[in-house]
Design a protein around this ligand. Structure first.
Ligand code: SF4
Ligand code: SF4
Ligand code: SF4
Length: 316
C-alpha cells in the first residue's frame, strides 16, 4: 500500500491533530527517553576510516543481502550508491571544502540505522512490526507483523527504512545491529570486520566516554585506539585527528545508539542538523494534550510525526 502525504494529512485533520500540531508542541513535549540498561551501539570515527568498504561486504555476508548493480559495468561485484532494499550499510565519500569554494580533500561517512533512543519508526508503526528492545535498545523488524503501510519510512528522520518494491512479498529493510549475532554473544559484523577500528562496537556509555577521550586528544599525536569491540583486547596506534568537538547522535532528536566523530562538520558529510527534542516526544505531547491520557488513534501518529519533522526541519 502506497501512502501519500495528502492521505496522511487527511487522517490527521479528521482527528483534529493538524490544528494542535500548529500550536506549541515545545510546551506539550514529554521527557527524553533514557538509555536502555544494556544499550549497545556503534561509534563510527570518520578520521580512522580508510574507505575500504570491508564493512559493506561484511554486512551483506552476515545478513544474506544480495549484491547490487547500479552501473552498467557488470564487472563490479557490488556498487550501491545509497542505502536500499539490498544495502543496509554504506560508506560514502564527501569532498571537503577548502578556501574560496575549492575542494581540498575528502572524508568518509558510514550510514545505517541510528537505533534512536526514541525511534520515530517504532512509534509510527501501527502494527508493532518495529520494536525497540527494552534491554539492549536495538530496533528490530518483524516481517510477520508488518502490514506494508510504510509509515516508518515517512517518520524516520534519517531516511533509513527501505521497501522492497520489486518483491511480490515486500518487506521493510534496515540495519538491525546484527541482532541475530548479538543473541549468540557476537558483535555487529561491520565492526568485527573493520581493519582500523573506525567502526567500533560496544556498550553505548563506554562508546560515549571513548568519543570524549578522542575529542580531548592532541591532534597529530599517537594514541591507542580499540578495534572491533571496545570490550575486546585488540588495539592499534594511530595519530589523533583534529576532531570536531561534537558527538553526532549523542543528543540529536533525543539521542541514538549509533554515534559519530569526524574531522569536518557533520553537515558536510550529509548528516542532517537536527534539534535535541525527538519528534516522537513532541507528537506524543500533542496527542496527550488532546486525548487527556485516553488511548489515542495510533494510526495518525506517523502523520503527526511527519508534520512536526517537516516544520522543525524548516526552522533549522
Ligand atoms: S534511524 Fe530511523 S529506522 Fe533507525 S531507529 Fe531511528 S527512526 Fe527508526
Ligand atoms: S550492524 Fe550489522 S546490519 Fe547494521 S550495518 Fe553493521 S553489519 Fe550491517
Ligand atoms: S571497514 Fe572500517 S575502515 Fe573500511 S570502510 Fe568500513 S568503517 Fe571504513
Amino acid at each position: 500500500m502506497k501512502i501519500r502525504r495528502r492521505d496522511l494529512l487527511k487522517g490527521i485533520a479528521a482527528s483534529g491533530l493538524l490544528v494542535a500540531a500548529e500550536q506549541s508542541p515545545a510546551q506539550a513535549k514529554r521527557a527524553r527517553k533514557d538509555l536502555p540498561p544494556n544499550a549497545v551501539g556503534i561509534l563510527y570515527d570518520s578520521t580512522l576510516c580508510i574507505g575500504c568498504k570491508v564493512c559493506e561486504y561484511a554486512c551483506k555476508q552476515a545478513n544474506n543481502m544480495p549484491v547490487e548493480h547500479t552501473s552498467s559495468k557488470e564487472v563490479m561485484w557490488d556498487d550501491p550508491q545509497d542505502l536500499s532494499a539490498k544495502t543496509l550499510n554504506i560508506i560514502k565519500r564527501y569532498g571537503v571544502e577548502g578556501p574560496k569554494d575549492t575542494v581540498e580533500g575528502f572524508a568518509f561517512i558510514k550510514r545505517h540505522c541510528m537505533h534512536c533512543l526514541d525511534p520515530a519508526c517504532v512509534s509510527a508503526c501501527p502494527a508493532s512490526a518495529l520494536v525497540k528492545n527494552p534491554e539492549n535498545g536495538v530496533v528490530t523488524y518483524n516481517k510477520k507483523a508488518c502490514i506494508g503501510c510504510r509509515y516508518c519510512q515517512v517518520a524516520c528522520p534519517y531516511n533509513i527504512p527501505k521497501f522492497e518494491w520489486d518483491s511480490p512479498f515486500p518487506e521493510i529493510v534496515k540495519c538491525q545491529l546484527c541482532a541475530h549475532l548479538l543473541v549468540k554473544g557476537g558483535i555487529s559484523a561491520c565492526c568485527a570486520a573493520c581493519p582500523t577500528g573506525a567502526s567500533l562496537f560496544g556498550p553505548v556509555e563506554k562508546l560515549r566516554s571513548e568519543a570524549k577521550r578522542r575529542m580531548a586528544m592532541e591532534p597529530g599525536e599517537y594514541y591507542d585506539f580499540p578495534v572491533a569491540n571496545i570490550d575486546g583486547t585488540e588495539v592499534q596506534q594511530h595519530r589523533a585527528g583534529a576532531y570536531v568537538q561534537h558527538i553526532y547522535g549523542e543528543r540529536e532528536l533525543g539521542g541514538s545508539q549509533v554515534l559519530y566523530l569526524a574531522g569536518v562538520p557533520f553537515a558536510s558529510l550529509g548528516l542532517p542538523e537536527l534539534p535535541e527534542d525527538s519528534y516522537v516526544a513532541l507528537a506524543d505531547g500533542i496527542q496527550y494534550a488532546i486525548y487527556k491520557g485516553m488511548v489515542y488513534p495510533l494510526v495518525v501518529l506517523g502523520g503527526l510525526i511527519y508534520i512536526i519533522r517537516n516544520r522543525e526541519e524548516k526552522k533549522e
